[in-house]
Design a protein around this ligand. Structure first.
Ligand SMILES: *Cc1c(COP(=O)(O)O)cnc(C)c1O
Length: 389
């Protein structure tokens, strides 16, 4: 039997390897020139003035919340269908979290539910300080509508674009922050480009960028203009805030910078694979993902939903049949509010019915740039058997 086809996989070239080796032979393994070069490369790509690299998207989400002033007594809202980090970042800051149910068509945060929830929260004096929409699978959220609600109700916006680098919204790059305060990317190996571990926060706001730069490195500044008094000497630095060590290394940044050269190629390959899935899934007992015409998805994931009443098997039986046949399917995601930790905070089944229904039917098929036609055919062949009555 052939090896398991994973749901996602990095693509590392000889040039990527050489870029990392070059850093290993240089003077700086961290805090050298590769980090600002990588930041500039992504900032230019997105058409945004500021980019702050960090050791993960999780760190970037944390620091983004802090920079926007999230703290005790504040409320942050996100979607239940996301990785736990999109919600955990609010709790790190001592804030409270709540979840806005998903749109049954895009699986992203529903603007209708958001609008209703805001009207209710306003009447009860419990408006969120920050809303974190997540571009699930790479498909951009309805940012124009979310931004308009932000203006109306006075909340800030962090786009969790961990799945979406290389994608577009209304023909402009995701990450340009036209409809948000900060946008976050992840460079975990399963994502679109990788630095092994890594993340980045994009912003148009120089003050927010400064604040995030400070927070990623202990709250320490070497900028005389930020100090409370003139330096004691050339060795001097000041800690002016309580920050963290969330820095990206130069090894990681060099890998990311090298990967950036193939970003567009990666995303267009994902689109070719998705288009072929769309065609091959026709006639199977699954729903292919719907793509909103306003977006060009990064296509981090290709999620199908099982038509269970036509299949006559359980979600789990189909999933296990695929895994047993060597297809490394996955499930993105378990609704965050149903994680035991979040249940411990008082969340219950029924809080986000659309998200819960999605969880009962979703399966992520293998999707990565080097997935071959033969592998894709094998996925479809096995899926056809697994989903037939
Ligand atoms: C992967 C991911 C994260 C966390 O990214 P890391 O770089 O692994 O910290 C956050 N949000 C979403 C939606 C993700 O998919």
């Amino acid at each position: 039997m052939s090896a398991m086809i994973p749901y996602g996989r990095q693509d590392i070239s000889e040039a990527d390897i050489q870029a990392v080796v070059d850093v290993l032979r240089s003077d700086y393994l961290t805090q050298g020139p590769a980090v600002p070069a990588f930041e500039k490369s992504i900032a230019d790509y997105c058409g945004v003035p500021h980019a702050v690299a960090m050791n993960s998207a999780t760190s970037a989400l944390h620091v983004a919340c802090l920079a926007l002033g999230v703290g005790e007594g504040d409320m942050v809202w996100t979607t239940p269908i996301t990785f736990v980090a999109s919600a955990n970042c609010a709790l790190y800051c001592g804030a409270d979290i709540d979840f806005v149910d998903i749109d049954p068509k895009t699986y992203n945060m529903s603007v209708e539910r958001l609008s209703d929830k805001l009207a209710y929260a306003k009447r009860h004096g419990k408006l969120p300080k920050v809303v974190i929409p997540v571009h699930l699978c790479g498909q951009p959220c309805d940012m124009v509508a979310i931004h308009a609600l932000g203006q109306q109700y006075g909340f800030k916006i962090i786009e969790d674009a961990s799945h979406a680098i290389g994608g577009k919204y209304r023909n402009e790059p995701i990450g340009n922050c036209h409809y948000s305060d900060i946008t976050i990317f992840s460079f975990h190996p399963v994502k679109i480009i990788t630095t092994a571990e890594g993340g980045m926060a994009m912003t148009k706001n120089a003050q927010l960028a400064k604040s995030m730069q400070l927070l990623r490195s202990h709250g320490i500044t070497r900028d005389v203009n930020e100090m409370t008094h003139v330096p004691d000497g050339p060795w001097y630095y000041q800690q002016i805030d309580l920050g963290y060590n969330y820095r990206m290394t130069d090894l990681q940044a060099a890998l990311g910078l090298s990967q950036m050269q193939r970003l567009d190629e990666f995303v267009s390959k994902r689109h070719v694979i998705a288009k072929r899935y769309d065609q091959l899934l026709d006639g199977l007992n699954v729903s292919a993902p719907w793509q909103h015409p306003d977006g060009y998805s990064g296509l981090h994931l290709y999620v199908v939903r099982l038509k269970l009443e036509q299949i006559g098997k359980t979600h789990r039986q189909v999933f296990e049949a695929l895994r047993e046949a060597g297809i490394g399917v996955n499930l993105h995601y378990i609704p965050v509010h149903l994680q035991p930790y979040y249940e411990g905070l008082g969340f219950e089944v029924g809080h986000c019915p659309e998200g819960e229904q999605y969880y009962a039917e979703a399966i992520s098929l293998p999707m990565y740039p080097n997935l071959t036609v033969a592998e894709q055919d094998r996925v479809i062949k096995i899926l056809r058997v697994a989903t037939s009555k």
